[in-house]
Design a protein around this ligand. Structure first.
Ligand code: NAD
Length: 545
């Protein structure tokens, strides 16, 4: 058994024994250590050896060997296992939330809502709809020459799906993708973020406990090099969620071997507050949308545009609400905002805020670290008078910062919202839903919400994914299932004893008959159709070779 499996599946007490017993196996390959760390305290929760190329190769081989049996179980039985998984997660929700809080630092309320709830509901969606979405579908033909055929669409699993996931939603992102892959009959090799291996191992333990065979769902813990090895392995499709930079690297490797990929990448989501919006509601939404998960959400409100008539009033409300928030350890039930994931992330946030400050932005709240609380804490920050020359309005900040800018009219709001390389999601706030919809239709994004933000990720029926640099492909709902299957068209001709009209035996007469046939099918005027029909008479009986 390879090293990472032993380490991944044991507690620290047993780790050293397994480590020693496996060293001989991997003697030639340098071992890389990764640590699961509590971001608030710096305490090491567990250490792992990064899986190497050989580990990945053998995991993918096992996944491939396991796939036919998993597929042969049929959708109904796989749905039954999913039901069991859902119930086990429900029973173990507190335990799972604790692991998420420890490893990702987020408030417990968010671990329950944005992680556990999202996964329970994804399971509900797949249980209710999996069979319907995966069964064969008849495909009626409109073309007269194909009327004697029966057309059917088959949805076949790819085989082995590789999943590479980020740290910010360490349970819900890999879980939602894995459940869709599994219910469709694929086996899965998941490489979670090196920062949040424990959350992925919780998922593995729940799935195995529910009856998913060991080799059907495997977690390979590791770093970027492990992810690169998975991308280059013999998987049949890769579902990647992470940064644009890594996504581009993966796309380049995938292009070499035409590996199908789904890329769920970063965002710089705009929020547009129109002058007829409810200021109290919109300011609460802005504060939550910018600070939830300490701003480390792909769908965070990263840019806020407010119509000038209510700009100052809106800022005042946001600042007042920001000052009421509790920053603290995720395990503390009163905490609204936890720490950032690590020092690297903190530095990005700091540099964006500093750049904004130097270029003339007003800092109305926050704008500094919060070292008294522990590691990686940053005060929730409200910035006014930002511009598109500032990094805070162009690059993904991924921190608890709400930059606010004024606009004059709807056209300007749309222009500002679309002035970004990203296009994940957006929101529009107004009491006039027709006006909101009109603007929403003009925004370049995978999702636009009118009078809500971010929660689209928790709507299991809705597609999730971006345009422009925010990615390729969709997760969730029937669109997520579609990404996990190859579409096969099955065509059965009901006249096995009949040669086809269009086969050899052409000649002048046949050409004339075909011209008539084309007119009979496609001419605009009824009289031309009838004339065409007469000219095509006998085409079926033309002599074929
Ligand atoms: P990241 O790109 O650094 O890492 C993501 C995953 O890729 C990790 O598991 C990492 O180990 C792996 N990886 C790193 N280098 C690799 C390589 N060369 N080949 C293969 N795998 C490699 O991203 P992150 O910091 O973990 O996550 C934050 C980013 O993810 C943000 O940009 C955020 O917007 C984005 N994100 C997007 C969505 C979405 O649904 N669109 C959801 C969550 C996060």
């Amino acid at each position: 058994m390879s090293l990472w499996f032993e380490v991944a599946n044991c507690d620290l007490k047993h780790k050293s024994t397994n480590y020693n017993s496996s060293v001989a196996v991997n003697l030639q390959i340098p071992l890389r250590k990764i640590s699961s760390i509590n971001p608030a305290t710096g305490a090491i929760l567990r250490e792992f050896e990064s899986a190497n190329e050989e580990d990945i190769r053998s995991a993918v081989m096992r996944a491939r060997a396991a796939q036919p049996a998993w597929n042969d179980l049929g959708v109904q039985k796989r749905v039954g296992i999913l039901r069991q998984f859902q119930q086990s997660l429900l029973e173990r929700k507190a335990e799972v939330a604790d692991v998420i809080v420890q490893e990702a630092g987020k408030p417990r309320a968010e671990a329950l809502t944005t992680e556990v709830l999202v996964v329970l509901d994804t399971a509900r969606f797949l249980i209710e709809n999996g069979y319907r979405l995966l069964r064969d579908e008849s495909l009626p033909h409109g073309n007269l020459v194909a009327k004697l055929k029966t057309g059917r669409l088959l949805r076949e699993p790819y085989g082995v799906i590789g999943i590479i996931s980020p740290w910010n939603y360490p349970f819900s992102i890999p879980a939602t993708e894995s459940l869709a892959a599994l219910v469709a009959g694929n086996t899965v090799v998941l490489k979670p973020s090196e920062l949040t291996s424990l959350c992925a191992l919780e998922l593995q333990s729940l799935l195995h406990g529910a009856g998913v065979p060991k080799d059907t769902f495997q977690v390979v813990v590791g770093d970027g090099a492990t992810g690169a090895a998975l991308t280059q392995s013999a998987i049949d499709k890769l579902v990647f969620t992470g940064s644009v930079a890594t996504g581009k690297r993966i796309a380049a490797i995938a292009a070499e071997r035409l590996l199908p990929v789904v890329l769920e990448l970063g965002g710089k989501d705009p929020m547009i507050v129109l002058d007829d919006a409810d200021i109290d509601v919109a300011s609460s939404a802005a504060v939550w949308g910018a600070f939830v998960n300490a701003g480390q959400a792909c769908l965070s409100v990263e840019r806020c545009y407010v119509q000038s008539r209510m700009y100052e009033e809106f800022l005042f409300a946001c600042v007042a609400k920001t000052k009421k928030l509790n920053v603290g350890h995720g395990a503390d039930r009163e905490t609204d905002i936890g720490p950032l994931i690590n020092e690297r992330q903190l530095r990005i946030v700091e540099s964006h805020v500093e750049d904004a400050r130097n270029r003339g932005a007003r800092i109305l709240a926050g704008g500094a670290r919060y070292p008294e609380l522990g590691r990686n804490f940053y005060c929730p920050t409200v910035l006014a008078d930002v511009t598109h020359e500032m990094r805070i309005m162009r690059e993904e900040t991924f921190g608890p910062v709400l930059p606010v800018m004024a606009f004059e009219n709807d056209d300007e709001a749309v222009r500002l919202a679309n002035d970004s390389e990203y296009g994940l999601a957006a929101s529009v706030w107004t009491r006039d839903s027709a006006r909101g919809e009109k603007i929403a239709r003009r925004i370049q994004a995978g999702t636009v919400m009118v009078n809500d933000a971010i929660s689209c990720f928790g709507i299991s029926e809705a597609p999730h994914g971006g345009v422009k640099a925010s990615g390729i492909g969709r997760a969730h709902g029937r669109f997520g299932i579609d990404e996990m299957v190859r579409l096969k068209y099955l065509d059965i001709d009901r006249m096995p004893g009949m040669k086809k009209v269009w086969w050899y035996g052409y000649g002048e007469k046949f050409a004339q008959q075909m011209e008539g046939f084309l007119d009979s099918q496609f001419a605009r005027r009824f009289s031309d159709r009838i004339a065409g029909l007469i000219r095509s008479a006998g085409v079926i009986r033309h002599k074929k070779i």
